[in-house]
Design a protein around this ligand. Sequence first.
Ligand code: GDP
Length: 573
Amino acid sequence: MLVKDLAEMLEVSTNEIIMKLIAQGVFANVNQVIDYKVSSAVATEMGFEPTEAAPAPTASAAKTEMVSQPVKGAVQTPRSIRPPVVTVMGHVDHGKTSLLDAIRKTKVAAGEAGGITQHIGAYQVETTDGRPVTFLDTPGHEAFTAMRARGARVTDVAVIVVAADDGVMPQTIEAIDHARAAQVPILVALNKIDKENANPDFVKNQLAEHNVIIEEYGGDVVMAPVSAKKGIGIEELLEMVLLVADVQDLSANAEGHAVGTVLEARVDKNAGILANLLVQDGTLKIGDIIVIGTRSGKVRAMFDDTGARIKSAGPSTPVSVLAMSEVPDAGDQFNMVADERAARTLIEQHRQEAASANAVVTLDTLYTQMQQGKVKELNLLLKSDVQGSMDALHQVLSKVGTEQLKVRLIHEAVGNISEADVHLASASGAIIIGFNVKPDGAALRLAQNEHVDIRFYDVIYKLVDDIEAALNGLLEPVYKEVVEGHGEILQTFKSGKTVIGGTRVTDGKLSRSAMVRVMRAGKEVYSGTISSLKRGKDDAREVATGFECGLTLEDFNELQVGDIIETSVKVRV
Ligand code: GDP
C-alpha cells in the first residue's frame, strides 16, 4: 500500500510513518508503495495488530481498492501502561523543591540500595503498591514551557503546589495557565498544612475564583493536602497522581524503537558528554544509535537516577547516557534508528525541517494563515499595567472573533512581558499584547529568536481595531517590488535545449532567488525566475557588480546577446 494510505488508515501523520520507516531502514516517500511486511511492522510498532487482507482479483482493481479502501483487520491493541511523568509547579517559596525532595526521600526510606541519587533531570519513585511515577526535578512552569516551546511534550500531570498559609499568588496563576495551555491535567498539592496559619478553605475558594474547582467543591480537580517539611501526605499524593494519570490511559510500546526527549545535558570532565534523557516510548539499549537534531551517537553507557549502570531503559524512564559528541539542548527529541544510514537520512530530514520551520502566527499574516486553514484560533497572551485595564481588555476581547476564527485568551496578568510569557506564546502559537507595559531586554531577544509577535498598545479601541482588521484580512502585509540589479548578456551558449546567458552584472547584484525580467530593445520579453546561476563551474547565490556569470531562466531559452536582465525582490512595506 501507499505510505500515505497507511498513515490515513492508522490516523497518524505521514511524517510519523516516514520516521518509523526510516528507523527500520526503509526510505520511502508518501506516494511510494511499501509491502505488507514493512507496513505491518510499522503498524505493529505503533500498537496495532495488522492482518493481511485477501488480495483483490486483478492487478489494476487491486490498486484502486488498496488506495480507496482501508484494509480491514487492523485493530488497535492496548499498549502496555507506562508510568506518568509529573512536573511540579507553583509560586516561589511555596515548597516545590521541598516537595520533590520529600517524595524522593520516601523512596530512599523504602530501602533503595545506597540511596545515593544523582541529578539527572528526573527521578522515579514507587507507590506503596509498587507502581512507578516519574518526576521531573526542574520545578516551575518556565522550564516546562521552555521545553514545550521546543516541541517537547513530556509532562502527563502538573502538580501545582500552593502554600496553605499564603494562597494563590501570581505565579500560581501563571502555572495554572501554562498547564492549561498545554492541556496537561492539574493536581493541586496544598502544601505547608503543618503551619499554624494554614487556611485550606481560603485557598480552595481562591482556586475556585480562578476556575480551578476541586472535587470537594463539585469540580474535577484533585487536591492533596501535604507537608513537604514534615513528610505528611506524600504517599497519598502519589496515589492521587496515579488516579489522575489513569484517566488518561498512558501507554507505550516497550518493544519499539526508543523515542524521547533530552531533559538536560552537560560535559563531565571524566566521562564526556552526559545527556539526560527521558525515554517516552520504546526501549533504549546499550549499543543503540540515536539521533538528536542533526547529530547522532551510539549509546556507550547508561545510568539510572541512582547512578547505577543499566543496560536498557523502557518508557517513562529517565536515564543519563554517554552517546553524543556534542551537547544537545534540553527539549530536543531523540530517536533511535536502525543503522548509520538511517541516522544520516533522519539528520537530513531534521535539517530540512529546521529550514522550513517558520510557521509562526503574526497579526499581519493571520488572515492568510486562517484562509489556508493553518490557524483556527487566535491565541492571545495579555499583559497590562493595572488590573483595571486588564478587566476592560478582557471584556472587549472576549467579544471579538468570528465563526472561522475564535479568539482565546490563554493568559492574562498584570506586569511586564517576561521570558516565560514569550515561551508560552511560542509554545501555544500565541500573539502577545502589551498594554501600557514593556518587555524586558531578554524577553525581546527571545521573542525575536522565536518569531513571537509582540504588539504594544495604550488605547483599547486601537487594539480592538487591529484585532478585528486582522480577523478580516485587512492587516495583510503589503509588498512592493524593488529592483536589485541589472546585467547584460554578452554571449550565449547552448547545452542541449537550454540556452545559457553569459552575463555581466552592470549594477546592483543578481541573486539566485530574485525575480527576473528580460528586456530587449526596451520591451519586456520574459518575466520569471532564475533556474541556475553559476560563477565558473560553481553554483552562486549572488553575483556582484562587475562580475560575470552563467545564467539560465525557468522555461525560457531565447536569451540573445544584448538582452538586459533586471532582477527584483519583494520587500514588505
Ligand atoms: P520553592 O521555591 O517552591 O522551591 O520552595 P522551597 O521548597 O524552597 O521552600 C520554601 C520554604 O518553605 C523553605 O524554607 C522550606 O523549608 C519551607 N517549606 C516547604 N515546605 C514546607 C512545609 O510543608 N511546611 C513548612 N512549615 N515549611 C515548608
